[in-house]
Every structure is written in structure tokens, then in C-alpha cells.
Design a protein around this ligand. Structure first.
Ligand SMILES: *Cc1c(COP(=O)(O)O)cnc(C)c1O
Length: 224
């Protein structure tokens, strides 16, 4: 693909343009990258960055400018929630009530309302994390009944199967989009804030944008 021959900065501008066209945002996944490489995107004006491990998130947050919006996109253990609650911008990977309870209690202590996404498992791979699509409506009802005052459920997050088969990726993203639309009309959701679908990575972000993603998480493609 020709995009791989582009300079990272040109590629960044091209992806930004594609996002604006679709009303989506680009979250740059900075895991495994040097602080200098991350700072280069910061200096271009970028502010949304993501890490998949709490420890790395904490280290990078301390080493980089304070106005970065840090997203957590990896599995979150309950015992680590308290470390990130002061500053995290969006937690993409909520998949249990137990985790929500911990986020809620730490958020209350901090007096912050924490936006979260529910992670859904659609990929073929035996990934350990995420709710099955069929479990979502029951989960949303339980969350509603618990009345978590310090949590905002902002939408869904998913990863497609790692495959060269574009039709399979598209089908999985469509499944998420349909699930999102169904959830929006659920009585257990505040549809005015349930607005985000976080899907699409370096290899499949174009398909994700065509399938209704509002937030793509791109890493390796931007750091070559
Ligand atoms: C690493 C990672 C990404 C980015 O992957 P790239 O292929 O490097 O773009 C996106 N989402 C999650 C959850 C990740 O762990």
C-alpha cells in the first residue's frame, strides 16, 4: 500500500483528514515508542494518546506535558484503578461490574466523573477480555440499576480479528456498529452521552471509519 511510503508526518495529516471527514478522532497509541517520538506528535498539536499498561501510562504521563489526554486501552485490573483515576481521560476497556465498582469508588473519592467505554469481544481469537455481544444489554441494565454517579458510559470499544480478510473485519465492525445503535435506544442508556465507538487500528482503521467508528487507535503505522 502506498501509505506505507509516506513520511510519518504526512501520514499523520492524511489520517487526521480522514478522521475529520468522518467526524472521528485519532488516538495515537504510544506504547513501545520513545518519549521523543511521542513528543514530535505533541509538537504537531496532537493531544490524544493511549497506552495499554497502567505502569507505562503513569511513566509517560509524568514525563510528558500535562495537557495530554491519556486514554487507557489495555486490560485494567481493579487494584490499579486508583493509580490512574486522577488524570485518565477515557478508559476504553471496561468489561465487568467489579471493575466499574472500583472505578466508581475511586472516582467518588477523587470527585471526578470518569468516562468509560464497554469493551466487546467480536474477534475470532480467544481474547480474554471483553463482553460477548449477547451479554451487553443485560450488562447495561445492571449498570443502570447501580446508578453509578461518578461514571459516564460513553460507548463501545472493540478489536477486529487479526486477518487479511477484509470482509471478515468489516463484518465484525458492522456487528459492533449495530450493537451500538441498538444500545443507544435502550432505556438503560443515556443516549446523549453514549456517542463513541472506539475501533480501528493501523491495519484496519479505514474499514473502521467506513463502519461508523468515532475513535481510531493508531500506533505502529505512525512510528516507522
Ligand atoms: C496496540 C494497540 C493498538 C494500536 O495498534 P497498531 O496496530 O500499532 O496501530 C490499538 N488498540 C489496542 C487495544 C492496542 O493494544
Amino acid at each position: 500500500m502506498c501509505q506505507y511510503q509516506m513520511e510519518p508526518e504526512m501520514l499523520y495529516k492524511e489520517i487526521q483528514r480522514e478522521c475529520i471527514e468522518k467526524n472521528a478522532i485519532l488516538v495515537i497509541v504510544s506504547k513501545n515508542q520513545s518519549l521523543e517520538a511521542i513528543k514530535a506528535y505533541y509538537d504537531l498539536g496532537h493531544r490524544d494518546f493511549a497506552e495499554n499498561r497502567v505502569q507505562n501510562l503513569l511513566e509517560r504521563k509524568d514525563a510528558l506535558p500535562a495537557d495530554i489526554r491519556w486514554h487507557l486501552i489495555g486490560h485494567l485490573q481493579s487494584n490499579k484503578v486508583k493509580n490512574i483515576i486522577k488524570f485518565v481521560h477515557l478508559i476504553h476497556t471496561v468489561d465487568s461490574l467489579k471493575l466499574l465498582e472500583e472505578i466508581s469508588s475511586q472516582a467518588e473519592k477523587e470527585g471526578r466523573i470518569i468516562p468509560v467505554l464497554i469493551q466487546i469481544k467480536v474477534a475470532e481469537e480467544e481474547s480474554k477480555y471483553g463482553l460477548y455481544p449477547s451479554a451487553l444489554s443485560g450488562f447495561l441494565q445492571e449498570v443502570f440499576e447501580r446508578k453509578f454517579e461518578f461514571i459516564q458510559v460513553r460507548g463501545l470499544m472493540a478489536m477486529a480479528t487479526f486477518t487479511a480478510d477484509e470482509s471478515q473485519i468489516r463484518a465484525e465492525f458492522q456487528t459492533i456498529h449495530t450493537l451500538f445503535e441498538e444500545s443507544k435506544s435502550s432505556p438503560y442508556i443515556d443516549s446523549s452521552i453514549f456517542t463513541e465507538i472506539s475501533m480501528g487500528m493501523s491495519s484496519d482503521y479505514k474499514i473502521a471509519l467506513e463502519s461508523g467508528s468515532t475513535m481510531i487507535r493508531v500506533g505502529s503505522l505512525l512510528f516507522q
